[in-house]
Design a protein. Structure first.
Length: 203
């Protein structure tokens, strides 16, 4: 069984969405002095590979800790996005089932760390978000910083329907033409999002 790591590394150099606070990691214990190593981490909840819960965009939405673990584990569906154009007909011709975790591979992860990654990211159209809602999937993930731009209508459609959003994925090319399950486990935080370690287990 092969496991593919779909998460980016989280450190002080991890790119942040424009306007978000930078990640800070401070030494809190040194082995030679204290007998142990320890660190203090200050990180935004939307840095690196992370999962958005409804409270992120819905005033009275759920926090990430309110979901059962089976929400974060499921059959994966790989969708290749050609030329950054999301095709609803292609989606309709794909076997998408209730509870699936749909992953969009746009190629934007190749630009991770460059300004273009944030400035020229494609948007998932509202009609596709609505279709995914109708299919009752658990989560949608992407190798992009966001599924949309202000006023974040796609975010709101998905999150209002309990479809969680995984952002800043990597290594999705390894999933093309493969069958796999996804495990995307966030920290059990009583807030709107959480950094997450996301993996795909090839069947």
């Amino acid at each position: 069984m092969k496991i593919v790591d779909l998460s980016v590394v989280l450190n002080e150099g991890t790119p942040v969405y424009p306007g978000d606070p930078a990640t800070k990691i401070e030494v809190a214990g040194v082995f030679d002095k204290d007998g142990y190593n320890d660190h203090y981490v200050s990180v935004g909840t939307h840095v690196g590979t992370h999962i958005d819960a409804p409270l992120h965009m819905i005033a009275d939405g759920k926090t990430i800790d309110k979901y059962p673990l089976d929400k974060f584990v499921g059959r994966g569906v790989y969708i290749k996005v050609e030329n950054k154009i999301f095709d609803l007909e292609k989606l309709k011709n794909t076997d998408i089932r209730e509870g699936d975790i749909v992953l969009f591979h746009t190629g934007m992860s190749d630009l991770y760390g460059q300004s273009e990654y944030f400035d020229n990211s494609p948007e998932i159209p509202e009609e596709i978000a609505q279709y995914l809602l109708e299919k009752k999937i658990s989560m949608v993930g992407m190798d992009m910083c966001s599924p949309d731009q202000p006023p974040f209508s796609t975010h709101k459609i998905l999150l209002s329907g309990d479809v969680l959003i995984i952002e800043n994925l990597t290594n999705l090319a390894q999933l093309e033409n493969k069958q796999f399950t996804v495990q995307a486990l966030p920290l059990k935080l009583d807030i709107e999002a959480s950094p997450s370690r996301v993996i795909a287990k090839l069947v």
